[in-house]
Ligand binder design. Structure first.
Ligand SMILES: [Zn+2]
Length: 198
């Protein structure tokens, strides 16, 4: 039974991978087998960037975005290559216990977090690390050349994480933490916190 389920899972995964990766490349082309010609219909498969944009617009719909307080920008700006004046943040009620950075926009699930940033009250060590981590993603987006390139890097990293051991769990957080850009952002957050002496 377990094997049957595994085989079924593998077959479905293979079909999914074919349509996600291979089918778009072959769509609209013809193959010749002896005297036969097989023409594959021209199909429209959303690109990963289309999926990214759809997800972001659903997730962020109605979220009020703000610039960080000037004093906070001044404090953190020297540590980042990008311009923190154009970064916007907001409380996204559709998120739970997470944050998502979409290039220059940071969405936090925690209203306490966004309230503390807005009032520029001293952040706890863990909140500051969280903010520095998300700001590191805005820097990554700047360095990679903008939103579309950033989205493609995200999907590439997701692929890397999916084939990186251990495969002990399908927990989203575990996969997330294995993504190279996540490791970079976390290292950056620790480095900035050390430089700030907090
Ligand atoms: Zn991250």
């Amino acid at each position: 039974m377990v094997n049957m389920k595994n085989n079924l899972f593998r077959s479905l995964a293979a079909i999914f991978l074919f349509f996600a990766l291979a089918a778009p490349a072959y769509a609209g082309t013809s193959f010749r087998f002896g005297g036969w010609t097989l023409s594959l219909p021209a199909i429209s498969v959303p690109t990963t960037y289309d999926l990214y944009k759809t997800f972001m617009s659903l997730m962020s719909s109605g979220v009020q975005m703000k610039a960080m307080p000037y004093a906070l920008i001044q404090k953190l700006d020297p540590y980042y290559a990008n311009n923190l004046n154009i970064v916007r943040y907001g409380h996204a009620s559709r998120l739970s216990n997470t944050a998502i950075t979409d290039c220059t926009k940071i969405y936090f699930s925690s209203k306490d977090m966004t309230d503390a940033i807005a009032k520029n009250t001293p952040l706890t060590a863990s909140s500051m690390r969280w903010l520095l981590h998300e700001l590191a993603h805005t820097e990554q987006c700047y360095k990679v050349g903008g939103r579309e390139a950033y989205a493609k890097m995200w999907f590439k990293d997701l692929g890397t994480a999916l084939v990186t051991p251990p495969f002990s769990s399908n927990d989203m957080k575990e996969i997330h933490d294995k993504m190279p850009m996540e490791k970079d952002a976390e290292a950056k957050a620790v480095q900035v916190r050390t430089q700030l002496g907090i």
